[in-house]
Design a protein around this ligand. Structure first.
Ligand code: NAP
Length: 327
């Protein structure tokens, strides 16, 4: 089945600032490139400076090719307005350093795309003491969002947080006492389940954060990019992936970026929150019962704040907004 481009080519002012994590390859790369080609200022938050700089060079080469092809509605600039800032989601200190660097630019922030991610992984713990997939895919993005929200709240209308989750979350179960998985031996630890859970937490975060941000200028949405041929698949069982490939055509990385780009730039989505997108459309079949359970969302919220207690001042927690279950 052919995919139809599902994002509008809009013109974005250079004052519109977009931060995207994990944009040196895969879905994030194409998301960053196309948003920059529409005119926005894009900061790619990546753990490897070398890979990020190579990605920016490639984006500019491909941008010039698009200009030569006469692609409509792309910005008329010599070079794209894309810069690199270091962020390693496996380290909470690195998240805080990124936030300091971003604040030092004095820029506003209109769109934050939490895209970086790892797939299935063996049991491993970060220096912060958290299970690796939990921290990289979910916890560090939560900290990043919480720390950048004060800037977003004062950046004018239509600010968006976009959490790149995944359809696999529907196979996950929420069990607070298993979040870190420390009770499991290395052999019993199910890395696939921990990946699925991390994607579930992102959707739960969407709901609990929106509850606190209601009536504000900042919205949170989440999405499934589809099955996409990227490096992430290397982490999964190749036999299972091949079976899936026979059932559905996996998207190219560019096609896989469309739902994210749409969530970030489509003017019709201004003010839209609490939506889980799939193929750029609100999806009802996904974001199922587990993700929508408010009690579980609030349990996760409280646990998350506990994990981040050394990194979230009272002021930042206040800016997150207040909900009746908060003390
Ligand atoms: N591909 C799919 O079928 C699929 C399906 C559903 C959801 N998703 C989601 O889509 C998002 C993008 O994945 P992708 O498919 O584009 O995979 P990818 O090509 O492997 O890209 C993942 C990106 O995340 C970065 N990253 C990994 N660990 C990081 C860390 N500790 N700190 C900062 N950045 C880190 C990677 O950087 P390095 O290059 O340095 O490793 C890379 O830029 C992920 O959140 C994934 O869960 C993908």
């Amino acid at each position: 089945m052919e995919c139809k481009q599902s994002f509008p080519l809009v013109s974005l002012p250079s004052e519109r600032v977009v931060v995207i994590t994990g944009a040196n390859q895969g879905i994030g790369y194409h998301t960053a490139k196309w948003i920059a080609m529409m005119g926005a200022t894009v900061i790619i938050a990546c753990r490897s400076e070398e890979k990020a700089k190579q990605a920016i060079d490639r984006m500019n080469t491909e941008f010039n090719e698009e200009k030569e092809k006469g692609t409509k509605s792309i910005v008329d600039l010599k070079k794209l307005n894309v810069t690199f800032m270091r962020l390693d989601n496996a380290s909470l200190k690195s998240v805080m350093t990124f936030v300091d660097h971003f604040k030092a630019t004095g820029l506003k922030l209109h769109v934050l795309i939490c895209n970086a991610g790892i797939g299935r992984h063996k049991q491993e713990y970060t220096d912060d003491g958290n299970e690796l997939i939990f921290q990289v895919n979910y916890l560090s993005h939560f900290l990043l969002t919480a720390q950048l929200l004060p800037i977003m709240k004062t950046s004018g209308p239509d600010c968006r947080v976009i959490l790149v989750s995944g359809g696999q979350h529907i196979f996950a179960s929420f069990q607070l006492d298993e979040i870190q998985g420390k009770q499991f031996t290395e052999d019993a630890f199910d890395g696939l389940h921990y990946y699925r859970r991390s994607k579930l937490y992102q959707i739960m975060q969407m709901f609990s954060m929106n509850r606190r941000l209601a009536d504000s200028n900042v919205t949170v949405t989440s999405l499934h990019p589809g099955g996409v041929e990227t490096g992430l698949l290397d982490a999964f069982d190749p036999v299972e992936i091949n079976i899936q490939r026979q059932e559905v055509r996996f998207k190219s990385p560019f096609e896989g970026s469309w739902t994210t780009i749409n969530a970030a730039v489509n003017p019709a989505l201004s003010g839209v929150r609490d939506v889980f997108f799939c193929d750029s459309k609100p999806s009802t079949e996904t974001a199922g019962a587990q993700a929508r359970d408010e009690f579980c969302q609030e349990q996760l919220w409280k646990y998350t704040l506990t994990c981040l207690k050394d990194y979230l001042s009272e002021d930042v927690v206040k800016t997150l907004g207040w909900h009746s279950t908060d003390k």
